[in-house]
Every structure is written in structure tokens, then in C-alpha cells.
Design a protein around this ligand. Structure first.
Ligand code: NAP
Length: 227
């Protein structure tokens, strides 16, 4: 498939590496490709600069947000929470029209330090903000409740015996995302929570996720729903 990834951080890199290794053609989008490639210092999490990562993954193309959106039959939003609307605006509404966007972004606000708070919650969500801003896009919130390495390899935690969620207004788009997440990464247990407003719930799992990360001293865990 042709896949467009909006975002060059750890999530964009991990997704791009896995999808390209499996033969998909991937364009990763950034604000300014030349500036992104010119960065020499590690990112905010201590990961190597993008250029070093790209040298190890030459099959993945870097482009503008608009180039990634134009390329992708399916799009993944791996921009920061605060930058997502700006990134998608730069991608161009016309390039998003009618496409599925798997929205992975969390509206984390680090402005007052750690732990971050949520910049939107309770009565709204980032996924809803994106859906309202781009009505022609089929936004499906998913993957945002696990760390990047678990997104692409659920079997790495308890053999994959744990859950992921989808939220979105378009039933066909959600069914396709459930199929893709199974085919691409091996996700077996995916709960359809309902329309896009249900993304409030999974975005509000992040404050719990962050405390668990601190307590467990590893991001390699997930939620399992038992009943
Ligand atoms: N890290 C994880 O394991 C994990 C797990 C679940 C969900 N998430 C969510 O996934 C998303 C990506 O996380 P990440 O850690 O890979 O990267 P990140 O540092 O949160 O985001 C990096 C991306 O956001 C873009 N960006 C930042 N500010 C922007 C702005 N004002 N306008 C346009 N674009 C902007 C950057 O653009 P440039 O390329 O131009 O710099 C870059 O592509 C986040 O929303 C995060 O909450 C992360």
C-alpha cells in the first residue's frame, strides 16, 4: 500500500520502519524536509536526529506534510498533540479528502513540566477537533494507548493478549482500520468503542498510562479488558 505518515518523531519512525520493511511505500511528512534533515542533535527524548534514522531506512521517503498526505492511500497522524491541526492544515484539506486517518496523537501539554496534562478532555478530544476541522477525512482514533514498539508488535507484550480501541464516525473506515492493524501488525483484540466522541475516553487513558510507565519502569505494557 501507499502510506502517508504525518510526523517524524519516534512513532512516525517506528511505524515507517515496520511498514517499509513489509514492502509498503511510505512517505513521512515534516514541516520542512531540509531543516529536519539538517538537525544534528538528538530529539527531546534523546533519540538520534532524523537524518541518522533515515540513513538506516533508505526506503522511507521524507517529504512535506502535503507530500505525505498526497502519497498515502491511508494516513497515520503521528504529529504532536499540539501540532496536529497545524500539521494537517499544512497537509492540505484537499489532499485529505475521503481518506482514512488513523489518529495516534495524544493532546499532551508538557508546558508545565512532567507529568503532562491534557490540553483537551472531558467534553471534547483532539480526535474530534481534527474531525471537525477536516470533515472530509475519516478519522479513526487508535494506537494512542500503547507505546510505539507495541503498536507495531503487540505480541511483544503477553503474546498479544491485550486490547486496542477504535473510535470513529465512519463504520466502514473503522472496519478497514481493524483489518489493517491485524494485517500490518498482528492486532487481534480491538474493541470498537463507537463514534469519534469515544476518543475522549482513550485520550483520557493517557494520565493513567503515564503513571503506569513510571511505576512499571517500562513502556512495554498494555491494558487488557476482562469481563
Ligand atoms: N511516543 C510514543 O510511544 C507514543 C505512543 C502513543 C501515542 N503517541 C503520540 O504520537 C504522537 C507522536 O509522538 P512522537 O513522540 O513520535 O513525536 P512528537 O515529538 O510528539 O511529535 C513530532 C512531530 O510533531 C510535529 N510537530 C510538532 N509541532 C508542530 C507544529 N507546531 N506544527 C506542525 N507539526 C508539528 C513535528 O514536526 P517536524 O517533523 O517538522 O519537527 C514532528 O513531525 C504524539 O501525539 C504522541 O502523543 C506517542
Amino acid at each position: 500500500m501507499k502510506i502517508g505518515i504525518i510526523g517524524t518523531g519516534m512513532v512516525g519512525q517506528v511505524l515507517a520502519a515496520k511498514l517499509a520493511a513489509d514492502g509498503h511505500t511510505v512517505v513521512v511528512g515534516t514541516r520542512n524536509p531540509a531543516e529536519t534533515l539538517a538537525r544534528t542533535s538528538p530529539d527531546g527524548y534523546g533519540n538520534p536526529p532524523f537524518a541518522a534514522w533515515q540513513r538506516a531506512h533508505p526506503a522511507v521517503k521524507l517529504g512535506t506534510f502535503a507530500e505525505a498526505a498526497t502519497h498515502g492511500e491511508v494516513l497515520l497522524n503521528a504529529a504532536s498533540g499540539g501540532g496536529s491541526i497545524q500539521a494537517l492544515t499544512a497537509a492540505g484539506a484537499g489532499n485529505l479528502e475521503g481518506k482514512i486517518l488513523i489518529d495516534i496523537a495524544n493532546p499532551l501539554d508538557f508546558s508545565k513540566g512532567m507529568p503532562p496534562s491534557l490540553s483537551v478532555c472531558n467534553t471534547d478530544s483532539l480526535a474530534e477537533q481534527i474531525q471537525r476541522a477536516f470533515p472530509g477525512l475519516k478519522v479513526v482514533k487508535s494506537l494512542n494507548t500503547v507505546t510505539a514498539l507495541v503498536m507495531v508488535n503487540p505480541a511483544a507484550v503477553a503474546g498479544g493478549d491485550h486490547h486496542l480501541f477504535v473510535s470513529g464516525n465512519d463504520a466502514g473506515a473503522k472496519a478497514e482500520v481493524i483489518r489493517l492493524l491485524g494485517a500490518w501488525f498482528g492486532w487481534k483484540n480491538i474493541i470498537d468503542l463507537g463514534d469519534i466522541t469515544t476518543a475522549r475516553g482513550t485520550e483520557m487513558m493517557l494520565p493513567v498510562w503515564i503513571r503506569l510507565w513510571g511505576a512499571l519502569k517500562t513502556p512495554m505494557f498494555n491494558f487488557k479488558i476482562v469481563r
